[in-house]
Ligand binder design. Structure first.
Ligand SMILES: NC(=O)c1ccc[n+]([C@@H]2O[C@H](COP(=O)([O-])OP(=O)(O)OC[C@H]3O[C@@H](n4cnc5c(N)ncnc54)[C@H](O)[C@@H]3O)[C@@H](O)[C@H]2O)c1
Length: 372
């Protein structure tokens, strides 16, 4: 199969959809990999590294889209890329179509085979291609929070880990899923005092066990949140109710009882945020202060770490890419149930129920599902 890797052109996006190691493995399976010149630069992979791995470097991105059977990307197609989409091409990338009707209609019109990383789903309900970004966002949220506590950002001037004779900061984490658990691991590793709240007792039990009781766990409810937040130096928002807006767990009133110069990092901002005072920020201007509390609400935290993010993403996507390349899309989707759920659109029709329902559009059953 011919696999195309264009350079990402969405503003601020520095990741690339494959590493030289991935190219090497695909070439070993007798596939041709076309990589746009400079595609890996933002993640620290040079054209020479791709070339040595066996990629064919091309300057002209249109040629890549024209020649490739399978285009692998990181972000959804941008306006400049829409004219390159032709019927029958396979596109595998983060699409998030349920939040973008205009793009959905454009992709339907192009009649491509559109596969979204975010809808690839294992039998146990886990989302293997979203997980690596949640891991990174969770870990990075503690670093971002540590920055917010610096005096120059309006913070209390507290070093998260404290010093000898000086107590460490108190970190409160709302949500003990992938983001929350990873935030917890870093916060514990830095020697902070950690409280974590969730509505699922088994998530709390798991974290309590793996940290050998070095954290305090609470069932999440309004009163406990209010008490814990009022004592916190740093609060991490990491809750998710699948398919819904994040619940507003921390109100402006609660903020008023926090210590001036404490900090909030809302990782849930991409689902509307779990603090009443959340509004999305960017890496260029990541913080603002409300009620004396420093807020950090960047919606693409992993974007700050393109190399780590590229490696983590491609570790997760590679087995699926290889399966499509080796077997062809029809056989791969027929045989792999998780990958089949990644199919959003085919031949001008929606097969992902969630996408169709978002816009009141018709949808058809996945043509690769086993017949009843
Ligand atoms: N900002 C970013 O860059 C970035 C990156 C990755 C993920 N995210 C977002 O982070 C959020 C969390 O993602 P995740 O992968 O950890 O999800 P997850 O499903 O693994 O975990 C969410 C947790 O929230 C808990 N929860 C739900 N309601 C709660 C409540 N009222 N109180 C306490 N806990 C509650 C759930 O029980 C679950 O354990 C999502 O909104 C995701 O989109 C943002």
């Amino acid at each position: 199969m011919i696999i195309g890797i264009p350079k990402e052109i969405k503003a601020g996006e520095k990741r690339v959809a494959i590493t030289p190691q991935g190219v090497d493995a695909l070439v070993a399976h007798h596939h041709r990999v076309l990589v746009e010149k400079g595609a890996g630069e933002g993640s620290g992979f040079s054209d020479e590294e791709f070339q040595k791995a066996g990629a064919i470097l091309l300057q002209d991105v249109e040629e890549i889209w024209n020649q490739a059977d399978l285009i692998v990307k990181v972000k959804e197609p941008q306006d400049q890329e829409i004219p390159f989409l032709h019927p029958g091409k396979i596109l595998f990338t983060y699409l998030h179509l349920a939040a973008n009707e205009e793009l959905t209609r454009k992709l339907l019109h192009s009649r491509i085979i559109a596969m979204g990383y975010e809808t690839v789903q294992e039998r146990d309900g886990s989302l293997p291609l979203l997980r690596p970004m949640s891991e990174i966002a969770g870990r990075a949220s503690i670093l971002a929070g540590g920055m917010c506590l610096e005096a120059k950002y309006g913070g209390r001037g507290i070093l998260l880990c404290g010093a000898s004779g000086v107590p460490p900061a108190k970190v409160v984490i709302l949500g003990a899923g992938i983001v929350g658990a990873n935030a917890c691991k870093v916060a514990v590793g830095m020697g902070t005092r950690v409280s974590i709240l969730d509505i699922q007792p088994e998530r709390l039990r798991y974290l309590h066990d793996i940290t050998q009781g070095h954290i305090t766990t609470f069932i999440s409810n309004r009163m406990t949140i209010s008490e814990e937040v009022s004592e916190a130096d740093l609060v991490i928002g990491a809750v998710l109710i699948p398919g819904a807006q994040a619940p507003k767990l921390v109100t402006r009133q609660m903020l008023k009882r926090m210590k001036p110069g404490s900090a909030l990092v809302d990782v849930s901002v991409d689902q509307g945020g779990c603090f009443e005072t959340t509004r999305p920020t960017t890496h260029q201007d990541p913080t603002y202060v409300e009620e004396g509390v420093v807020h950090y609400c960047v919606a693409n935290i992993p974007g700050a770490y393109p190399r780590t993010s590229t490696l983590a993403l491609t570790n997760a996507t590679f087995p699926y890419i290889l399966q499509i390349a080796d077997h062809g899309v029809e056989k791969a989707l027929t045989e792999n149930e998780a990958l089949r759920k990644g199919l959003n659109l085919i031949d001008g029709k929606i097969v992902c129920e969630g996408v169709a329902q978002s816009f009141g559009l018709p949808w058809m059953a996945n043509p690769f599902s086993p017949r009843p």
